[in-house]
Design a protein around this ligand. Sequence first.
Ligand code: NAD
Length: 329
Amino acid sequence: MSTATTLPVEASATSTTPRILDGVAIAAEIKAEVGLEVAALARQGICPGLAVILVGHVAASEIYVRSKVKTCHELGIYSEMLTPPDTITTEEMLDLVASLNARDDIDGILIQLPLPKHVDTRRLLGAVLPDKDVDGFHPVNAGRLQTGQPALAPCTPAGIMEILRRSNIPVAGQNAVVIGRSNIVGKPTALMLLNASATVTVCHRHSKEIIPFTRRADILIAAAGRPGLITREMIKPGAVLIDVGINRISDEAEMKALFGDDPARAATFAKRGSVVAGDIHPDACQLSSAYTPVPGGVGALTIAMLMQNTVTAARLRRGLPPSAHPDMV
Ligand code: NAD
């Protein structure tokens, strides 16, 4: 783990204004494509179905699940929300998952995390049929991804790859550095970049120093959950910066340290008492050739990729070829 404020920047800032990689626009493009694919499947009498299990009442989870169900509705995907109480046991959850595994009208099963502490999350994620595992968290899908086989890939990493691909950012042969090694973001992102022929380095909280790595990155992916971790001294000017971090800042001094006098952030803070910040300091973004904003970058892709995975699962379960998703072929 390391931060830096004293190292000199190796070269002057790029002369061109950095490109903002607009996750909202890319997500809209993907959703439109998924909608067309759903319509084509409907002509063959197929309606993809997604079941979402939401246990108890976690406010943030309820918001996420509602917007997943709403997007299904918009795209013509059948969706079902199951809302067991937070007293549900692991065994009862396993029965619920088994019943969804057995249903032919359900192609995708999503268990909204986090689950109550007494529920065995790992056992449950392992109980979802790999071919219905639209979150891409099952060990079988992790193994398929690792061995470069068609897999239902985790949505956020798949979204990152879509941003790079649709923004015509070359990946093959580039030095890609991933900060964070979680099973849901860092690790699968590193594997996808490797599968796309990047030279990949993964840093994490036990890394002795990250600056020598971050400064060599042509593509830097920050997924540490540490606001403003990546400062301008830590990047190579002209690098592509992908910010996965979603950090809520409710301390005004911290907000000002990150965003200075940015009037839009100040207005949001005044209205809501907090703002969202990424892992990459805004000053570093100005040195890049392209970057994803927070909000409006990677986060915007996650639901679109879930929709795409649901359609892909529906196709694969019926022996149809997977959709045009590059991580599926
Ligand atoms: P996590 O806590 O599971 O993993 C964080 C990783 O970062 C760990 O591997 C840790 O070793 C590493 N790390 C932490 N501090 C570090 C430091 N100072 N230097 C180097 N490495 C460090 O988190 P996660 O679930 O992978 O999520 C990471 C971030 O991405 C969070 O902010 C989360 O909210 C966000 N997230 C966004 C989306 C999205 O849709 N955009 C989806 C999932 C997660």
